[in-house]
Ligand binder design. Structure first.
Ligand code: G1P
Length: 295
């Protein structure tokens, strides 16, 4: 008899980064709180996790990120005022998005030692169960949320999963890159991984898009992980070692939607336009304004 798979209940959001690419906007406001239309970037990513059935949201924060914690807490004065003014729809939306008591945890990464180190900071909160990691910079836009698709793939195959999508060949050095067994398959076994390969050395053009499902054994490997690309403790390097462990398999789950890297100015602005155009309440008016601007 095969043992049943443990469900994916917890998601880790590494949100300790400084956001230097968006100064001065990010001097006092965390980059994750910049808005795409009327929702902070981090809220979009938490929405994706919630839509995939995640029950516990683990934020790895840092100094000057307190407002993220406030954002996911109740705001008594605001709620009271909305109720008094009869703003029922606004109040209901706020309340429906509030993590229930005990559903959100916050821990701090005290020094910027890299993504691998940030994920390791969540080890005690995650404990001994498989979990998701979502990088908030990367907005994944699709009818079916990326993490929901990945959890389906996990339920079918078990193991570890990484969302991937093709990038132009001249961009492979900017990302984690994976080689796969079957390039045409929606879900394929991963045969190799490398973090930010030097130009011309990538095993494919499939990049790691920032959504992961990982087995908890990753934590012991992260604890001993040496610094890699950019002199940082890289998650990809620990995943390479986990993949070499007997009984651990890594799958690439191809994401077919649109990805916006809100960590770059163009990606951030494009996300704002795309998300707004898709909204029935403001899309048509914005389209008219853009047409007029382009003359
Ligand atoms: C991180 C990961 C990388 C991944 C990328 C996606 O890199 O290390 O493998 O492709 O996110 O955005 P970073 O962007 O933090 O340099």
């Amino acid at each position: 008899m095969t043992t049943p798979l443990k469900p994916i209940r917890k998601a880790v959001f590494p949100v300790a980064g400084l956001g230097t690419r968006f100064l001065p906007a990010t001097k006092a406001v965390p980059k994750e709180m910049l808005t795409v239309v009327d929702r902070p970037v981090i809220q979009h990513v938490v929405d994706e996790a919630r839509a995939a059935g995640i029950e516990h949201f683990v934020f790895v924060t840092g100094r000057n990120k307190g407002v993220i914690e406030d954002h996911f807490d109740s705001q008594y004065e605001l709620e009271r005022t909305l109720a008094d003014r009869g703003k029922k729809a606004e109040l209901e939306q706020l309340m429906s998005e509030l993590p229930a008591a005990g559903q959100a945890s916050f821990t701090r990464q005290q020094a910027p030692l890299g993504l691998g180190h940030a994920v390791w900071c969540a080890r005690d909160i995650v404990g001994d169960e498989p979990f998701a990691v979502l990088l908030p910079d990367m907005l994944h836009y699709a009818d079916k949320p990326c993490l929901a698709e990945m959890i389906e793939a996990y339920n079918a195959h078990g193991g570890n999963h990484i969302a991937v999508a093709p990038v132009p060949d001249d961009q492979t050095h900017m990302y984690g890159i994976v080689g796969v067994e079957d390039r045409a398959a929606k879900v394929s076994k991963i045969t190799s991984m490398v973090e930010k390969p030097p130009k011309g050395t990538a095993p494919s053009n499939l990049h790691v898009t920032g959504r992961y499902i990982l087995q908890p054994q990753i934590f012991d490997l992260l604890a001993k992980q040496e610094r890699g690309a950019g002199n940082e403790i890289q998650l990809t390097d620990a995943m390479i070692r986990l993949a070499a462990t007997p009984g651990q398999t890594f799958f690439a789950d191809r994401f077919d939607g649109k990805i916006y890297d809100t960590g770059s100015k163009i990606g951030f602005l494009t996300a704002n336009v795309a998300y707004a155009l898709a909204r029935p309440d403001i899309g048509p008016a914005l389209k008219a304004e853009i047409k007029a601007l382009l003359g």
